[in-house]
Write a protein that binds this ligand. Structure first.
Ligand SMILES: NC(=O)c1ccc[n+]([C@@H]2O[C@H](COP(=O)([O-])OP(=O)(O)OC[C@H]3O[C@@H](n4cnc5c(N)ncnc54)[C@H](O)[C@@H]3O)[C@@H](O)[C@H]2O)c1
Length: 311
């Protein structure tokens, strides 16, 4: 299969590209705004380009993908608050353009990265795809609108599609910025022998998922021989998560074991736009294309910390 990955020089994208290359032809479009040139794989077709560039359709037509995995995004909650206009342009207009270009280039399936941020403060735990979506920051709003934009572009064109609502992804190659950044921040601080800061009480919870599990979910969905689009107008959303709810204090404890650092962490002020609780039910992904996460937090933190300690 020929798979085009937007955002393939980023954290999740580069892990995906490396995993795909064994058995698929892979193309990457990335403007390197937060991604890194050293993440690009020489065996892939690589194009440095903004997804808002008017030459995007020509680039997709040139690569002629069977499927597109759209990961390129303004992926930081704090930056979305500082510059909501750019956040909306990249995440909503960008998704619309990628979807349209994918359809025009003959792709049969598009999988687009959405986020737990679409739910905002949860009405129930664990969150299901049908739970209320009330984003509490511009990033969550743009990711929600991007799901609709994807459906609007593709449902009438016979292209299968899905929006994957990732929970907090962590693992090697993550930058210490971005919404899943707390594991990366703790790892980079501990690797540099600095004391990490816990913002707020530390009782806020997250559903941490290891990047290899996310990569496996995307590959399972790419290879699935049924239909992912579920006919709900703004739907076709899937939680890609563990379903576990771990507090930041719990994460800090797990990190202590991994890094061998047992002193108390510092306390900092609460961050704007943070929700108090998050845990996403991944049952729909399992029922539809048979994927579930397999890497427990303790097992994922080890290689993640070692990657930060080495680089
Ligand atoms: N990391 C997480 O915990 C998490 C959680 C939920 C959703 N997501 C979503 O998953 C996707 C991948 O996230 P990530 O953590 O790998 O982020 P990342 O910032 O590492 O990767 C995003 C990539 O997109 C590229 N990019 C950004 N704007 C672009 C543009 N206009 N044109 C072309 N390329 C552009 C960047 O250079 C980068 O390589 C994003 O859509 C993000 O919103 C991530």
């Amino acid at each position: 299969m020929r798979v085009l990955v937007t955002g393939g020089a980023g954290f999740i994208g580069s892990n995906l590209v490396h995993a795909l290359l064994g058995s698929h032809e892979v193309g990457v479009i990335d403007d390197l705004s937060t991604g890194h040139a050293e993440n690009l794989h020489p065996a892939a077709w690589n194009r440095t380009m903004d997804i808002l560039d008017e030459l995007l359709p020509a680039a997709l037509a040139e690569f002629a993908p069977d499927a597109v995995v759209h990961l390129a995004a303004q992926s930081s909650v704090p930056r979305s608050i500082v510059d909501p206009v750019r956040d909306w342009a990249v995440n909503v207009d960008g998704t619309s353009r990628v979807a349209a270009a994918a359809a025009a280039a003959g792709a049969r399936r598009v999988i687009s990265a959405s986020s737990a941020a679409v739910y905002g403060e949860p009405a129930e735990i664990p969150l299901k795809e049908g739970s209320p979506t009330v984003p509490v920051n511009p990033y969550g709003s743009s990711k929600l609108a991007a799901e609709t934009a994807l459906a609007e572009q593709l449902s009438a064109r016979g292209v299968d599609f899905a929006s994957f609502r990732f929970s907090n992804v962590y693992g090697p190659r993550q930058d210490s910025h971005g919404e899943g950044g707390v594991v990366a921040v703790f790892c980079s601080e501990l690797a540099a022998d600095r004391v990490p800061v816990i913002h707020g009480s530390g009782e806020q919870t997250r559903d941490f998922i290891y990047v290899a599990d996310v990569v496996a979910a995307i590959i399972s969905a790419l290879e699935f021989d049924g239909r992912l689009a579920d006919g709900v107008p703004s739907g076709s959303a899937y939680n890609i998560s563990t379903g576990d709810e771990v507090s930041i204090n719990g994460l800090a404890n797990a990190m202590r074991q991994v890094a061998g650092f047992y002193a108390p962490y510092e306390s900092g002020t609460e961050r704007a736009g943070d929700v108090m609780r998050s845990s996403l039910d991944p049952g729909k992904a399992y029922e539809t294309f048979g994927w579930h996460s397999v890497v427990p937090l303790d097992a994922g933190l080890g290689p993640t910390f070692r990657w930060f300690a080495r680089s």
